[in-house]
Design a protein around this ligand. Structure first.
Ligand code: NAD
Length: 379
């Protein structure tokens, strides 16, 4: 069994799909692990550290792909590497299958078993493999630290002989994994926090972290079977915008993390809402890479609207690449441990297992994932 971990070719991607520690874990499955030279360079992990952990350094990228039974990486494969992989090999990475139909069909045609980390079920059993959660967690932290650095104002209350500083107000819209981590981080910094989410179950979690939940009566919102938010009706969207206006007018920092599974992100902050904000305040749009939560936000740019700065990055996890890589590499190691039979040390994909069934997109020349097939049929 050969596992190959190539370098990421996208110049905006500093993360690595394996760390020296995860290599040790991968080797314990009985597999031969090889990496492309320079894999961990952006995270300060040298080839020598990977070699010490048990990895071989592949002669070349092409040689690594040709030998591999399993390829692990962060981003989707480029066409050249699909051509270099063996029929029947497994490729595990983020794939964005709902917007990457051509790529998915190419992977199927090439006979690759493609695993999309976005499709790992969000269940307790699958937590160790849940790369969306691991990346959202580090980003939730990062967004608050970024905002604190940019704000030009301190976050906690300070009583000094020179005057009393009032705590900064933070509003978090979307309290999933990233939003909850942002709340926890802002709380540790001493901010006064309000938060809102369309899933009512979140209220208790928000309050348990010491934030105030903004109550807006949207009527029935519910959630999908997978625990994701459903898209709001036009009427509900209007009510939400109205309901948030008061909280947003008080906020020094707004962090938006609202996402809809497999769909463009909802616009939760519109121009008229920005207009009620204080000049100098800051909005961090975590959804900027999937359409944006904020009207006017642009990836990797600071846009100033009526004196309010709107910021968002196309690769938030890349801003904290070391820990994002560590966590992602652990997610992949847990996935590999599930796929390699401990006795025979051979690849064993158990399609009766809901995790495997959930995240395998292509197999045996076909698109096999039910959610993806349904989305393609409806397109
Ligand atoms: P996500 O990134 O898809 O969305 C982020 C948040 O935005 C969600 O909480 C969602 O409800 C919210 N949202 C969507 N539209 C909104 C709108 N118009 N206004 C305000 N908020 C809006 O979510 P996620 O963080 O990836 O979590 C997805 C689900 O998976 C959640 O239910 C989460 O609890 C669940 N989960 C479960 C486990 C587990 O182990 N059981 C682990 C991780 C996540």
């Amino acid at each position: 069994m050969h596992i190959f971990v190539p370098r990421e070719t996208d110049s905006s991607e500093p993360r690595a799909a394996a760390t020296p520690d995860s290599v040790k874990r991968l080797c314990r499955t009985g597999a031969v692990v090889s990496i492309e030279s320079g894999l961990g360079s952006h995270c300060h992990w040298s080839d020598a550290q990977y070699a010490k952990a048990g990895a071989e350094i592949a002669e070349s990228r092409a040689a690594g792909f040709e030998k591999a039974d399993i390829v692990l990486r962060v981003r989707k494969p480029e066409e050249e590497s699909i051509g270099q992989m063996r029929k029947g090999a497994v490729h595990a990475s983020f794939l964005d299958p709902f917007t990457q139909r051509d790529l998915i069909e190419k992977l199927a045609e090439a006979g690759i078993t493609a695993i999309s980390l976005e499709l790992v079920p969000r269940t307790t059993l699958a937590q160790k493999l849940d790369a969306l959660s691991s990346q959202h967690s580090v980003c939730g932290y990062y967004m608050v630290v970024l905002a604190a650095e940019r704000l030009g104002k301190v976050i906690p209350m300070m009583s000094t002989p020179s005057g009393v500083i009032q705590p900064a107000h933070v509003l978090v819209i979307g309290a999933g994994v990233a939003g909850l981590q942002a709340i926890a981080t802002a709380r540790r910094l001493g901010a006064r926090i309000e938060a809102f989410d369309t899933r009512p179950v979140v209220k208790e979690q928000v309050e348990s972290l010491g934030a105030k939940f903004v109550e807006i009566d949207l009527g029935e919102t519910g959630q999908t079977e997978g625990g994701y938010a459903k898209e709001l009706t036009e009427e509900q969207k209007k009510k939400q915008r109205e309901g948030l206006k008061h909280a947003i007018s008080r906020a020094d920092i707004v962090i938006t993390t609202a996402k809809l599974f497999g769909r463009p992100a909802p616009k939760v902050v519109t121009r008229d809402m920005i207009e009620v904000m204080k000049p100098g305040s800051l909005i961090i749009d975590y959804a900027v890479d999937s359409g944006g939560n904020v009207e006017g936000s642009r990836p990797d740019e600071e846009v100033v609207i009526d004196g309010v700065r709107v910021l968002g990055f196309s690769n938030f996890p890349g801003k904290v690449a070391i820990d994002a890589s560590r966590m992602y590499a652990n997610n992949l190691a847990a996935l590999v441990e599930m796929m390699i039979d401990p006795e025979s040390k051979e690849l064993r994909l158990d399609f009766d297992d809901e995790i495997i069934r959930g995240c395998v997109v292509t197999h045996d020349g076909q698109v096999v994932n039910e959610t993806v097939k349904k989305a393609y049929a409806e397109a």
